[in-house]
Design a protein around this ligand. Structure first.
Ligand SMILES: Cc1cc2nc3c(=O)[nH]c(=O)nc-3n(C[C@H](O)[C@H](O)[C@H](O)COP(=O)(O)OP(=O)(O)OC[C@H]3O[C@@H](n4cnc5c(N)ncnc54)[C@H](O)[C@@H]3O)c2cc1C
Length: 804
């Protein structure tokens, strides 16, 4: 074994081997993989080997597409066989809701260049004659689906890496990780210590244990999973072609051909975790005891869907463990706060995603950032809110929902409530319907008396539609209030604070008492943050941004923080409060403070320290509703008192609570973009219009060269606003935008703008097509809807309400 390498990858499953290969592919050859046993000694060896592109997140779907196309490349490089069977796959729908879901997925695929298609029952029967189509409405057919040999593929990755100089050390367990003063790691193994600049946790079933070696409690747990292999079936081996995969989400099952028989796997609702307290080190090429009774409900449905199964004997049953994160996506990337420690674990679909995970991590390590937004994978999408009980509940829920329809307005129940502010009980008493993000409860809307305290999951306008409209109108015609807890908030202070912020943010920092909006850019000029900065004192700033991006932003800040002169604190849940918005907002504020809050004394984008009643508060004149409005921040223990103060003063002004659904509708009328919808690392300032908040006069800030380049060579697409002739369904995200018979763009977000009474879509269209009144079509649930581009905002285009 070498004594020093640049990277040690811990774990020789399909994911670790893919990471190793991709590091060498991108030019890092001083790399080694350490495996405690043989390659494939975790989940990998007993996988069913299926792969597919279907994923609700377009970037993950693209990485799955990359993975599938990579296998041929691996075979060519190594001469080894991955045992590929490109047989295509059907995902069938037995309910109108599932059909809506598949149509929405198909629509997304258009601008991703994936050649999926919607097929009817007759076509299904032709593609897979063993399917009984009773009750089937249709299916999505994906020609890229297929399966492979898990062991052959893992060895092909390893061989391809070795050919480029990587080392693979087998039968050598990593027993400890010790950080070095130079920022690297001593990787202590059974056969001695190897020094590495970077370590990658690809420990699969033992990812938690490899995390614990560095003091980490990774949010993931193994779940048992079962599939059976049948004896030979005449309907199978007599068929002319190899049968395609069939996913029957209604039956929670997947099926494919294996030799002359079939493989049938099920996601049992009565699922079980495995080794919750830790994966034993002596578990290897082992399986768990069969639990056939647990599969019986799904098997019964499968016998109905594939009658030939009833006549087939079961050759073997596989019950093996695989690791899930709370949302079922992998944990990838640099771990916040741990220099040189990277994750590539919790990959529960290693043969669909392993290549993409390897590529992403290698790009991140070698080039400094991945080439696309991978927040859905990012280990930093979770935070310290993930208690063991939360992880247990969410991983169970995720397993059970493996085949569930993901509705865009759906709020999942497991692991809630977890975090809540003092206002939670107050809102509950007002019939709040809650949502949750990053472990924190927020109000979506308030259900009127007699209405259910539950929003029906739907791709169409939900039962909350009328109430959201009422909340929007209350804001636009009087004054509304809602919480401001779900922003990430950071206090930055010290003699070096301004200079540091001027370096990490693209805009110039404001003067004392003022606020500024600013993008944060990566070195390649991509959007990695969309911040509001308030200067609270000569050396003190408050930053606000997306709540869910806290760990992501803190990781970036901490990596770039100077050794002295700047103090950074995450104060997200310490500073909470309410925003008030609407034409009567100033009247309300004037009633609860002695200070002069006239437009002249307290203009737009000003920030003041005020006494609100008897409470000390920081008040900023800004609101995401695009109306006249203020955000009132207090210490969390003062929030309930602030609530009482507002309610008492606002009663005769018609003060009305509103939720996030109304806020997201109101912002469309400006239109304001939103983090992870319009603004994310896939896009740049010029594409999104955020270049108006880039200070090119500043000499030095991260991403400046790239932003300057964009100014000289304008981008080919730009974020635009369109009014859609919708029916009972509005856009959510990723719908294709058509011009004549061509898909020319895609939607980033949208919905119904209740005050303007218009269905609105935000999305990217080619720059040359942008003109007031330009006509497009947007595909919503399989139907093309006419859409008209607008260049003036639907509400307050002159900004007199917001700024006046
Ligand atoms: C029954 C079943 C069916 C499945 N079917 C499919 C399917 O059809 N399609 C699909 O895409 N996925 C499927 N999966 C999931 C798939 O198996 C996993 O996504 C994949 O194997 C994960 O690979 P990995 O490399 O992350 O982890 P693992 O395969 O668990 O590999 C981790 C490796 O790290 C090594 N290791 C751990 N700790 C150390 C240490 N301290 N020192 C040295 N080495 C260490 C282990 O020995 C092991 O070899 C299935 C899983 C199960 C259980």
């Amino acid at each position: 074994m070498k004594s020093h390498v640049r990277v040690v990858v811990i774990g020789g499953g399909v994911v670790g081997c893919s990471v190793l290969y991709h590091l060498t592919k991108l030019g890092w050859t001083e790399v080694a993989l350490i495996e405690r046993s043989e390659l494939t000694s975790g989940s990998t060896w007993h996988a069913a080997g299926g792969f597919h592109t279907l994923n609700a997140d377009p970037n993950i779907a693209a990485l799955q597409g990359y993975t599938i196309k990579l296998y041929r490349e691996l075979e060519e490089i190594t001469g080894l066989s991955c045992g590929l069977h490109h047989v295509g796959g059907l995902t069938i729908a037995t309910s109108p809701e599932r059909m809506d879901f598949l149509k929405a997925e198909r629509a997304k695929h258009r601008h991703m260049g994936l050649k999926t298609e919607i097929v009817g029952p007759e076509e299904i029967k032709k593609i897979s004659p063993i399917v009984d189509t009773e009750g089937v409405i249709g299916a999505l057919y994906d020609p890229l689906d297929g399966h492979l040999d898990p062991s052959g593929t893992t060895h092909a990755y390893a061989r391809a890496a070795r050919l480029k100089g990587a080392e693979v050390y087998l039968h050598n367990r990593v027993v400890a990780l010790e950080p070095r003063p130079d920022g690297g790691w001593d990787v202590v193994t059974e056969q001695g210590t190897i020094v590495a600049e970077h370590v990658v946790n690809a420990g699969g079933l033992w990812a938690r244990e490899v995390g614990a070696m560095a003091g980490l409690a990774l949010p993931c747990l193994p779940m048992e999973h079962q599939y059976l292999v049948t004896e030979d079936i005449p309907e199978v081996y007599e068929n002319e072609r190899e049968l395609p995969h069939v996913m029957d989400p209604g039956g929670e099952s997947y099926l494919r051909q294996e030799g002359r028989g079939l493989v049938l796997g099920v996601y049992e609702q009565g699922c079980e975790h495995w080794a919750v307290d830790g994966t034993p080190w002596d578990f290897g090429h082992s399986l768990l005891p069969d639990k056939l009774p647990r599969m019986m409900d799904q098997l019964e449905l499968a016998y109905h869907r594939y009658p030939c199964l009833e006549r087939a004997g079961v050759k073997r049953l596989i019950n093996g463990p695989m690791v899930f994160a709370p949302d079922g996506n992998p944990l990838v990337g640099p771990v916040p706060g741990l220099k040189g420690y990277w994750c590539a674990c919790a990959v529960m679909a290693g043969f669909s995603q392993g290549g993409g995970v390897g590529l992403t991590l290698a790009e991140w390590m070698v080039e400094g950032e991945p080439s696309r937004d991978v927040f859905a994978f990012d280990v930093a999408r979770f935070g310290d809110y993930c208690t063991p009980g939360f992880v247990l509940d969410k991983t169970r829920e995720n397993y059970q929902r493996r085949f569930a329809i993901s509705y865009p307005n759906e709020e999942l129940p497991a692991g809630r409530p977890l975090r809540a502010t003092p206002a939670y009980g107050l809102w509950k008493a007002r019939r709040a319907v809650f949502g949750s993000a990053h472990g924190l409860e927020h109000v979506n809307y308030f259900a009127p008396e007699g209405e259910p305290l539950y929003e029906t999951p739907s791709f169409r306008r939900s039962n909350a539609f009328a109430q959201i409209g009422a909340e929007c109108r209350a804001v636009r015609t009087g004054v509304g209030f809602t919480e401001i807890h779900n922003f990430g908030k950071y206090d930055v202070s010290g003699p070096g604070a301004e200079a540091w912020l001027n370096r990490v943010m693209a805009n110039r920092m404001p003067r004392e008492g003022r606020m500024t909006l600013t993008p944060m850019l990566s070195p390649k000029g991509r959007l990695i943050g969309d911040f509001t900065v308030a200067r609270l004192g000569p050396e003190r700033f408050q930053l606000t941004a997306s709540y869910a991006a806290q760990a992501y932003h803190m990781r970036w800040f901490e990596t770039h923080l100077p050794e002295r002169g700047v103090t950074l604190r995450n104060v997200s849940l310490d500073r909470i409060g309410f925003q008030i918005a609407g034409p009567r907002a100033r009247d309300l504020l004037a009633r609860i403070t002695e200070a002069d809050v006239s437009a002249a004394a307290f203009p737009f984008l000003a920030v003041r320290t005020l006494a609100i009643g008897i409470l000390p508060a920081t008040v900023s004149r800004v609101t995401y509703t695009g109306d006249l409005g203020y955000e009132i921040y207090v210490a969390s223990h003062h929030q309930a008192a602030l609530y009482e103060t507002l309610v008492a003063a606002g009663a005769d002004l018609g003060l009305t609570p509103f939720g996030m659904r109304a806020m997201m509708s109101l912002r469309l009328e400006k239109p304001f973009g939103s983090w992870m919808r319009e603004y994310k690392p896939d896009y740049t300032p010029a594409e999104t219009g955020l270049d108006r908040f880039v200070s090119f006069a500043k000499n030095d800030f991260i991403g400046r060269d790239a932003a300057l380049g964009e100014r000289d060579t304008p981008p080919g697409r730009r974020l635009s606003c369109l009014v859609v002739e919708a029916d009972d369904a509005d856009v959510w995200a990723d719908e294709p935008i058509w011009k004549d018979d061509r898909v020319v763009g895609f939607v980033t977000s949208g919905g119904y703008a209740h005050h303007a009474e218009k269905s609105v879509a935000l999305g990217f269209v080619p720059t040359e097509m942008i003109a007031e009144g330009a006509r497009f079509d947007i595909e919503i649930l399989g139907q093309r809807r006419p859409a008209t581009l607008i260049t003036q905002s639907l509400f307050d285009p002159e900004g007199t309400r917001m700024r006046g």
